[in-house]
Design a protein around this ligand. Structure first.
Ligand SMILES: [Zn+2]
Length: 104
């Protein structure tokens, strides 16, 4: 996926490193690079905002910094859909997340 504008940092690179960025595991130099990209590229900024919201929600609900792996994979699946150019179902990924019992 792309907003059609050329960027110094590729959109896919930004999305690949979203979690490192959110977890603060990114070297300062790279952070700046991605921040510049978010300023130029609203689809990526939106994605970053979604991830941030999920992380905040998880922190509030579970008192933990760790995003449950099932929720993380849900979000990653959504990112993959967007990247593949598919329309994303208008479903809130945070619903039925950390608080709901595992019904497998
Ligand atoms: Zn982008």
């Amino acid at each position: 996926m792309s907003c059609g504008e050329p960027h110094e940092t590729d959109c896919s690179e930004v999305l690949d490193h979203l979690y490192e960025l959110l977890d603060g595991e990114m070297p300062d130099g790279d952070c700046t690079k991605f921040e510049v990209h978010f300023e130029e590229c609203s689809p990526c900024l939106e994605m970053y905002g979604l991830e941030q919201a999920v992380k905040k929600l998880v922190k509030r609900c579970c008192g933990s910094d760790d995003v449950p792996s099932d929720l993380r994979s849900k979000v990653m699946g959504r990112i993959d859909l967007i990247r593949a150019g598919h329309p994303v179902p208008d479903e809130d990924v945070t619903v039925g997340g950390p608080e709901s019992p595992d019904r497998e």
